[in-house]
Design a protein around this ligand. Structure first.
Ligand code: GCU
Length: 414
């Protein structure tokens, strides 16, 4: 994906650190009205809400207030699957109101060898829950799927042939063996990832009478994906086998943008992981390295709200930048990961957003990254606030990434 984009936009893409424009990041601890924020209580009551609000109104979109009821239905409950190491549940999240009904499925693996409630990693996947592991116990979905000859997905439908095709990104047994559960939702169950002016998926349930698409400030796909992760967390809170104070939201790439936005809005998430989230995720927009605001809005007009297009080629005017998104995680631990060959996502900009989020964590007297220098390749730098690594290799989720996330979660969350 990123390679295609690079060649398409190569003329306007900068990868040269010497050509990064001079830019000024908005002060984290000064309100939009110029008031200084000096303690955690002022942060929580004044600055944090206004930052959250500006991201809602000007980027990811506001969540419509129109009410939708969410019911949970346990549709599968199997003990000792995956050679006895996992208990498996499938839970339907059923969204309904007078406009209609829509269903998405949460797949939950819990470690069979652990008695008590366990911490859980929760995230979304790109092709379906059945792609994260070859197990025949996982249901196939009926939703739209992106065609992919490599995964034998055609006619926008999946079948048995795509079981486990993304298992390299989801080392299920490895995660379970460390005492964590893993919950996943297929993002296409919530909103198929293409621009159809929000006619399919869950969006239409939120329209007021006569409304046919989100308004300029209302949410796009990332907004509704993130909101759905919170609905999955609502379910996890009802499951006695889950330690719901220890749910970590995880995502890769566009779904890393999503996990950050979910973690920013929902403070019940105990930890947040952004894997190669890039532009619109952890990378600072004002650097304009790799993918830019204009490029992302043109290629994926459905991800953010329409208001965000005002900053196309106009990052200088952004009243915020992504370090402020990271600051919304405070005081919870956040892990940002990059890959060396994933220049499209601007690894340096991903590091810096975490670095510049430090003032928010300092209000809680927390230890923060000590240097503006990015860590060396494959040398993770973990702190109780912001952690970061850049691994060798390309845009992907690897066993190496998961090994760091587990080490980090063992230390700061479990
Ligand atoms: C494209 C897009 C990125 C995104 C990535 C992905 O490369 O430009 O913003 O993160 O797809 O989701 O894989």
């Amino acid at each position: 994906m990123s390679l295609i984009s690079v060649s398409l936009y190569s003329q306007e893409v900068n990868y040269d650190e010497n050509k990064v424009p001079d830019f000024q990041l908005p002060e984290l601890l000064t309100t939009f009205h110029g008031k200084s924020i000096n303690d955690a209580s002022a942060w929580e009551s004044v600055r944090r809400p206004e930052i959250l609000n500006v991201f809602r109104e000007q980027m990811y979109g506001t969540n419509p207030v129109h009410q939708v009821e969410v019911d949970f239905k346990l549709v599968k409950n199997k003990e000792k699957v995956l050679d006895g190491v996992a208990d498996l549940k499938e839970i339907d999240l059923i969204f309904s109101n007078d406009q209609g009904k829509h269903t998405a499925r949460l797949l939950l693996f819990l470690p069979a060898h652990v008695e008590g409630p366990v911490p859980v990693f929760l995230g979304m996947n790109f092709y379906g829950n059945h792609t994260i592991h070859p197990s025949a116990s996982i249901s196939l979905h009926q939703s739209w799927a992106r065609d992919n000859p490599l995964f034998l997905i055609s006619d926008q439908k999946v079948d048995d042939r795509s079981r486990g095709v993304r298992s390299s990104r989801w080392p299920v047994e490895y995660i379970l063996s460390h005492g964590y559960g893993l919950g996943v939702i297929y993002y296409g169950d919530i909103d198929p990832d293409y621009d159809d002016e929000f006619q399919n998926g869950l969006h239409p349930l939120f329209y007021k009478k006569g409304q046919t698409k989100p308004t300029e400030k209302e949410w796009g796909s990332i907004g509704i994906w993130a909101w759905s992760l919170s609905r999955a967390l609502d379910y996890l809170e009802t499951d006695a086998k889950v330690d719901h104070d220890k749910v970590i939201v995880f995502g890769h790439s566009r779904l890393g943008k999503t996990s950050l936005w979910a973690g920013a809005q929902d403070q019940r998430f105990a930890g947040i992981i952004s894997n190669n989230s890039g532009c619109g995720g952890a990378a600072l927009s004002k650097r304009k390295v790799g993918e830019t605001v204009k490029i992302i809005n043109n290629a994926f007009p459905h991800w953010f709200n329409d208001y965000f297009t005002r900053f196309n080629n106009n990052e200088e005017e952004l009243p915020f930048d992504q370090h402020m998104l990271i600051s919304l995680m405070a005081p919870r631990p956040v892990y940002i990961a990059s890959a060396k060959d994933d220049e499209w996502a601007d690894p340096r900009g991903e590091y810096l957003s975490g670095y510049y989020a430090a003032p928010a964590y300092k209000l809680y007297n927390m230890q923060t990254p000590s240097t503006i220098k990015s860590p060396a390749i494959n040398q993770p730098r973990m702190t109780e606030s912001v952690s970061y690594h850049i691994r060798s290799g390309r845009h992907d989720v690897t066993r190496y990434d998961w090994a760091q996330y587990i080490r980090w979660a063992d230390k700061y969350i479990k």
